[in-house]
Design a protein around this ligand. Structure first.
Ligand code: SF4
Ligand code: SF4
Length: 449
C-alpha cells in the first residue's frame, strides 16, 4: 500500500473506532438513540474503504481526500495557545442576600419583615405575590408530585437544616503547629476520601460576601467579612437522577448533594476549629458567601450561561460547598479559563431547553463590571413553584454534564484545548442527543405502580 492509502485507511478506521466507542458508551448510558445513530454511521465510513481499490490513474482522488482530512484536522484541532485568551473581568460590589429568590420565598405575607422588604424593594412585589399563588416546592398539587420522592427530599432538607447549628463555633485555644501546605494537602486528600469531586483554596475577595443576610436568623444582619481564606469543593450530582429533570428525581438528588456538601463542609469547619483556627461552613440555606464565585476563584471551574459553576470534569452537574477560615491555606493564583464562556456562546442548549425561557439566548451584558449572562431568576423560580421541583433541565441538557468516562472526558478535554473544535462539539451533541432533548423517565426504582 502507498503511504497516502495507509493514511486514508487509518483515518477511516480511527473514526470508526470512535463510533464504536460511542455505541458502547451510549448503550451503557441507556442513550439508545445516540447508539443507533453511531451504528448507522459505521457502514458509511467502512464503505469509503472501497476507495482504496481505485485504479492507479485515480490516485489523485485519495491524495485530495487525504489533504482535506489533514487541513480540516489542523484547523479543528489547532491548540489553544495559538488563540488570544480573553481577559478576565472581576465583579464589583456585594449582593444583598435579601434580594435573592430563596430569601424572598421565606417572606410571609402580613409579617413586619414582608412589609418592610417590599417597601424597600417594591419592584419585586407583584412577581413574588404571583409565585406565592402557585402550588410551591414539594407541593402535592405541583406538576411532578411524587409521594415518596417529595417526602424523601423533604426529609433530606430537614437534615440539612439540622446541620446549621454546626456551621460555626468556638475554636480550640491550642493551635496545631502544622504548615499551610501540610494542612492543605491533608484536607484535600481527606475531602476526596469523603467524596468530593474537586477542591481548591482561595483568598476571599470582597465580592464573595453577601452584604446583608437574607435567610432565617441572619435576615437583615450585615455580613462581617472576617475570614481571609476559603476552601471550596464540589460534589457530583448523580447523572441518572439529573437526566429525569424536571421530574421529582432532581429535587431528591439536589437535597442529597446539599446534604453531602453540608456534612463535609461542617466536618471540615469543625476540624479547623479543633486545630485552633476560626472556620465557618457555608451550606444550603446558610451562606454568607456566593458559593459559585468562591469556587471559581479557587480554580474549580467557571460560571456558564446558566449561571452555575461549570467544572472541567462534570460541567454544571455539581453542588458547591465552602468553608471560610483564618487558617492560612496554600492558595494558588487564579487561572482564568475562557473555554467555558466561549463554548457557552456557541452552545445555548440550556437556553433552548429551559421550560421557563429564563436563560438568556443573547450575548453577554455588562453586570457589576463583568460581561456575563444573567438568568431571569424570577421566571426560573416561578417554574419551580408550579413544577414542585428545582427543575434542573438546564443541567440535564448541558453537553458538559455527560457522565465521566473515556469518551465524554475526551470531548470535554478537547473542548477546552481546541477552540475550533467547540463549534463541532455542539453540532455533534445536537446530532447524537438532539438539540431539543426530552426529559428521561424516572429511574426504574422510583416508579410507582
Ligand atoms: S432550573 Fe429550569 S427553569 Fe430554571 S433556568 Fe434551569 S432550565 Fe430554566
Ligand atoms: S448548555 Fe451550553 S450554553 Fe448552557 S451552560 Fe451548558 S455549555 Fe453553556
Amino acid at each position: 500500500m502507498m503511504y497516502f492509502q495507509v493514511f486514508f485507511a487509518l483515518s477511516v478506521l480511527s473514526l470508526t473506532g470512535i463510533l464504536v466507542l460511542m455505541i458502547f458508551t451510549s448503550l451503557y448510558e441507556k442513550r439508545k438513540n445516540a447508539a443507533l445513530k453511531a451504528l448507522l454511521l459505521i457502514p458509511v465510513f467502512l464503505l469509503s474503504l472501497f476507495l482504496l481499490r481505485l485504479p492507479q490513474s485515480l490516485n489523485w482522488v485519495l491524495i485530495t481526500i487525504d489533504c482535506v482530512i489533514l487541513l480540516v484536522s489542523a484547523y479543528v484541532f489547532a491548540p489553544r495557545f495559538l488563540f488570544k485568551q480573553q481577559a478576565e473581568e472581576l465583579p464589583q460590589g456585594n449582593i444583598d442576600e435579601r434580594t435573592i429568590m430563596f430569601s424572598r420565598n421565606e417572606l410571609k405575607p402580613d409579617t413586619e419583615r414582608y412589609k418592610k422588604y417590599y417597601q424597600e424593594f417594591p419592584k419585586h412585589k407583584d412577581n413574588d405575590d404571583r409565585f406565592r399563588m402557585l402550588p410551591g416546592l414539594l407541593s402535592t398539587k405541583s406538576t411532578f408530585y411524587h409521594p415518596l420522592a417529595y417526602r424523601a427530599a423533604e426529609a433530606t432538607f430537614q437534615i440539612v437544616d439540622s446541620l446549621h447549628q454546626h456551621v460555626d463555633g468556638k475554636q480550640n485555644e491550642h493551635v496545631t503547629p502544622v504548615s499551610a501546605d501540610q494542612f492543605g494537602e491533608f484536607i484535600e486528600t481527606w475531602a476526596k476520601k469523603e467524596g468530593v469531586a474537586s477542591i481548591g483554596y482561595t483568598k476571599t475577595k470582597d465580592y464573595h460576601w453577601y452584604s446583608v443576610g437574607g435567610r432565617g436568623e441572619r435576615y437583615g444582619q450585615a455580613i462581617e467579612q472576617k475570614h481571609q481564606y476559603a476552601i471550596a469543593f464540589t460534589v457530583e450530582m448523580d447523572h441518572e437522577m439529573v437526566m429525569s429533570a424536571p421530574k421529582s428525581s432532581i429535587i431528591m438528588e439536589s437535597a442529597s448533594q446539599y446534604l453531602r456538601a453540608g456534612i463535609i463542609a461542617s466536618q471540615m469547619a469543625q476540624f479547623i476549629r479543633n486545630n485552633g483556627f476560626e472556620a465557618r461552613a457555608h451550606i444550603d440555606g446558610n451562606y454568607q458567601v456566593v458559593a459559585p464565585l468562591v469556587a471559581r476563584d479557587a480554580n474549580l471551574g467557571e460560571i456558564g450561561r446558566m449561571g452555575l459553576l461549570m467544572t472541567p470534569e462534570l460541567g454544571p452537574r455539581n453542588r458547591v460547598g465552602v468553608i471560610t477560615t483564618n487558617m492560612p491555606l496554600p492558595v494558588s493564583d487564579r487561572k482564568f479559563d475562557d473555554s467555558f464562556e466561549d463554548f457557552c456562546s456557541k452552545c445555548l442548549k440550556c437556553a433552548v431547553n429551559c421550560p421557563a425561557t429564563a436563560i438568556s439566548k443573547e450575548d453577554k451584558i455588562l453586570i457589576n463590571n463583568v460581561n456575563r449572562w444573567q438568568i431571569n431568576s424570577d421566571k426560573c423560580f416561578k417554574y419551580w413553584y408550579s413544577a414542585g421541583t428545582d427543575c434542573g433541565r438546564c443541567m440535564s441538557t448541558c453537553p458538559y454534564s455527560h457522565p465521566s468516562n473515556l469518551m465524554h472526558n475526551l470531548v470535554r478535554w478537547s473542548i477546552r484545548n481546541f477552540p475550533n473544535f467547540r463549534y463541532w462539539a455542539v453540532k455533534m451533541d445536537d446530532f447524537f442527543y438532539g438539540r431539543i432533548s426530552s426529559s428521561a423517565k424516572l429511574p426504574k426504582w422510583m416508579l410507582l405502580n
